[in-house]
Design a protein around this ligand. Structure first.
Ligand SMILES: Cc1cc2nc3c(=O)[nH]c(=O)nc-3n(C[C@H](O)[C@H](O)[C@H](O)COP(=O)(O)O)c2cc1C
Length: 409
């Protein structure tokens, strides 16, 4: 994959065991056409020698604020370095380094350059699961997100310390692909593409005044719809009962029950050539077998006697359409357990429904919350994590789906 213009990346390497992976990262960046300038912290040099990075990047590696080589180029070289880069990437970012930049500490060359930057800063943390889950690290990550630092969240898997869990640095190839996607995102154009989204809860009536509903607010689905529209797509939004307004340029179809949502969704898929289907709605799995025309009365009716039947699975039905009308299908899965603990089960769900990708998130945490964390689970078994405001995450979801669609066509 070639980038159009040579983007200058300032790669900061800090003292984590994943520093060895930065060798691969430099190669991947160079292969993709980036110009790479490297700064290492003192701890990073305990893991890999600066000579290795000098050879791989083809540029001298900068090591400290006061060294002759640095000050010779410019009296305030750290400012110069921050200005020369198009973006700064810290990979791996140690827990210590995250703490420093979250607090504006500038006590070495890399942290000083970060503080003096006027370009995007991306960090790819890497650490032991307990360090990652420590309250201080969580606080620092939150602060960095508020400061608009982009976090390439660590993934789940085996760790150097022998434990299994979240904390592994995102793979070098994924880091490079994501940077390229981010840079393309500003130019993302979906003109002439039809995008279909379901959003919100459904309501399964039991009697004229009662029904089964869930706490989905529909925010994420509406945001994906607005985002797709802003990129030029023709958007159909099948919305359950929610109070959200949406742009007049979006074709909104209001529905109430899972059955109505299913019917409208399939109708649109058959009538239009849909490129991507985002099944974001929290569609009820069950409905009462019989709708009671009369209001059920206390003392007379027994709610335990209500018989429930499963609703037809809309995601699976769209994914089962003939290839001529089957869109790229993105299913959403609400998990009460942390998705990182059930990636295998989520992938099984994806296979059963024949969806191209499942985006899992933890409920009820995400309902009504401005922030969300989602796990993309792909057919390859690979997963990526996006976290932040629903505005930010909905854009990431759209970009990721478009990227996957392009890869497959
Ligand atoms: C063998 C070894 C492995 C380490 N691995 C990590 C790691 O993966 N992530 C991390 O945050 N810290 C790790 N540390 C601790 C950091 O190296 C330490 O906090 C250091 O001060 C970081 O300095 P820096 O942020 O300036 O690079 C490790 C330390 C040792 C001795």
């Amino acid at each position: 994959m070639e980038t159009e213009i040579k983007t200058k990346i300032l790669l900061g390497i800090t003292g984590g065991i994943a520093a060895y992976k930065s060798c691969d990262l430099v190669r991947e960046l160079k292969k993709s056409g980036f110009e790479v300038q490297i700064i290492m912290t003192e701890s990073a040099r305990r893991f890999v020698s600066s000579l290795t990075f000098e050879v791989l990047s083809g540029n001298p590696v900068c090591l400290n604020l006061w060294e002759e080589g640095v000050t010779k180029n410019s009296p305030v070289s750290h400012i110069q370095q921050a200005r020369n880069a198009d973006l700064i990437l810290i990979a791996p970012a140690s827990a210590n380094f995250l703490a420093k930049i979250a607090n504006g500490i500038a006590d070495d060359l890399l942290s000083t350059v970060c503080l003096a930057r006027n370009v995007e800063l991306i960090v790819a943390p890497s650490m032991n699961i307990h360090m990652w889950e420590n309250a201080a690290t969580k606080r620092n990550i939150k602060t960095l997100q508020e400061d608009e630092v982009t976090i390439f969240l660590p993934t789940y898997g085996d760790q150097a310390c022998g434990e299994i869990g979240l904390g592994r640095m995102m793979e070098p190839k994924d880091i490079v692909d994501t940077i390229i996607k981010h840079r393309k995102a500003d130019k993302l154009i979906l003109d002439n593409h039809n995008v279909l989204i379901t959003a919100g809860p459904t309501y399964e009536p039991i009697d004229p005044v009662r029904g089964l509903m869930n706490s989905s607010t529909g925010t994420l689905g509406f945001k994906i719809a607005e985002c797709a529209r802003s990129f030029g797509a023709n958007v159909d939004l099948v919305a359950g009962p929610v109070a959200h307004e949406c742009s007049k340029k979006i074709n909104r179809i209001n529905v109430r029950s899972a059955r109505e949502m299913h019917t409208e969704t399939l109708k649109i898929c058959k009538a239009k050539n849909i490129s991507i289907f985002f099944c974001v709605a929290a569609i009820a799995d069950w409905k009462p077998k019989i709708f009671s025309v009369e209001k059920l009365k206390k003392g007379v009716s027994n709610l335990n006697n209500i018989e429930w039947v499963e609703n037809t699975d809309t995601l699976a039905a769209v994914a089962a359409l003939p290839s001529s009308s089957k869109p790229y299908t993105v299913g959403f899965s609400a998990e009460t357990d942390n998705p990182s603990n059930c990636l295998v089960e989520i992938n099984k769900k994806r296979i059963n429904k024949n969806a191209d990708v499942i985006v899992a998130n933890k409920v009820p945490d995400s309902f009504g919350n401005k922030e969300i964390e989602v796990f993309f689970v792909y057919s390859s078994g690979k997963h990526l994590i996006f976290k932040g405001s629903k505005d930010h995450v909905s854009k990431q979801i759209l970009i990721e789906a478009v990227e996957q669609l392009n890869l497959e066509t």
